[in-house]
Design a protein around this ligand. Sequence first.
Ligand code: 48H
Length: 261
Amino acid sequence: MIIDERIVTEAIASTFFDKFKSCLDLDVAIVGGGPSGLTAAWKLAEAGRKVALFERKLSVGGGMWGGGMTWTSIVVQEEAKSILEDAGVALIEYKPGYFVADSVAATAALAYQATRAGAQVFNCTSVEDVVLREVDGVKRVMGLVVNSSPVEIARLHVDPLVLHCKHAIECTGHDVEMLKTLVRKNGVKLNTPSGGIEGEQSMWADVAEANTVRYTREVFPGVWVAGMAANATYGSYRMGPIFGGMLLSGVKVAEAINELL
Ligand code: 48H
């Protein structure tokens, strides 16, 4: 076979733009491809939902690749063990109830399961704003405003593109970036005690893990928080490199949205 570079180029351009065009009206748009976002994408796509995940970096996985302090092991507790097992990840029980997985294997497995189930992943894509509409006096987020990450990094003045979704999931981790933008630009009140973002507290792994799941919920019409963003939004603690809460949060948000669709 003689390789024609123009066909390689055409294949990439045409399949990518078909993929992008197919995501202009989503059931669920996920912002951030860490463990919570990837798990939510996997479970929603598996349930047949039209779901896309937008990740600023070249690689999805967020803070999971590096384990603890770059030492590539992660810990999950009993309740979350089956999620990694279902993804095909090998676990060892280090001490009763504490399961250890290779962080690279776990991250790769979640990314594989999400894409295999049919979630579309747009890496190198930053969510810079939301689409907000007021219907019958109620404001609701109806979509995302996205831009190429290299445009953002180079601070080029290039306008973004827009897609619509029935639900958006804020999975940007510690920074709660999408929700911060929503509040800053629109002065809206969230479904939190203060109406704003409460902010993350210091280390308390036990409480933080439970709260990650507890605070996974709809925080504003059309916007759900999951993973570390749920903790930061509701003023809970950090937990270090135990990842069960992130995975369970991804499953919970997927199930809750699934019930509404
Ligand atoms: C597109 C964006 C944008 C944007 C950010 O931080 P993450 O891994 O998030 P979680 O919540 O799934 O997992 C948290 C976990 O990794 C962690 O940090 C833990 C357990 N910490 C404990 C502790 O004590 O420190 O992933 C978030 C992803 C990243 O990949 C970002 O690049 C991405 O979101 N992101 N993507 N548009 N505006 N902002």
